[in-house]
Write a protein of this length. Structure first.
Length: 151
């Protein structure tokens, strides 16, 4: 039985003899691990069995709360203005007046973008006299884009 490594899933792939049709796709996944009647390539079926089957894959999915946080994070990082704010805050905390000066946008737009970043948990604001000083949270510091800038 040949053994390989599926680099995408990091699961060892054990190629087994399985019933195939004329297109060389598996007719069903043996051992009750897949859904009957679904065709799939033999390599995929073998990797699926080794990784625990469809049910195990379903159990590894994040819950709804985790998905909502991930969506908020990605939404926050999907705008060039917000990415610029994250990059600006990486080396040091800044007040709104500096961020506004660098970006050259209206107060209302800046307020909107800062609010999106705060709701996503990427930045936090600390009142200091008449100003609010913004800095990255730990989550904001670990974002991949910010680490690239630090290099």
């Amino acid at each position: 039985m040949p053994v390989g490594q599926n680099s995408y899933y990091r699961c060892p792939v054990i190629v087994r003899q399985m019933p195939v049709n004329q297109k060389n796709t598996v007719l069903s996944v043996p051992e009750g691990r897949g859904r009957e009647g679904h065709e799939m390539p033999e390599e995929v079926a073998a990797a699926l069995i080794v990784c625990g089957g469809v049910r195990a894959m379903e159990e590894r999915l994040p819950d709804e709360e985790q998905l909502a946080r991930l969506c908020a994070f990605h939404r926050a990082c999907a705008d060039p203005v917000r990415l610029k704010i994250l990059f600006m805050l990486f080396p040091q905390p800044l007040c709104v007046c500096v961020i506004k000066e660098v970006l050259g946008i209206a107060d209302s737009k800046l307020s909107y973008h800062l609010n999106v970043l705060k709701k996503a948990g990427l930045i936090e604001g600390e009142p200091c006299a008449n100003w609010i000083i913004y800095s990255l949270t730990e989550t904001g510091r670990t974002c991949a884009g910010c680490r690239l800038v630090a290099r």
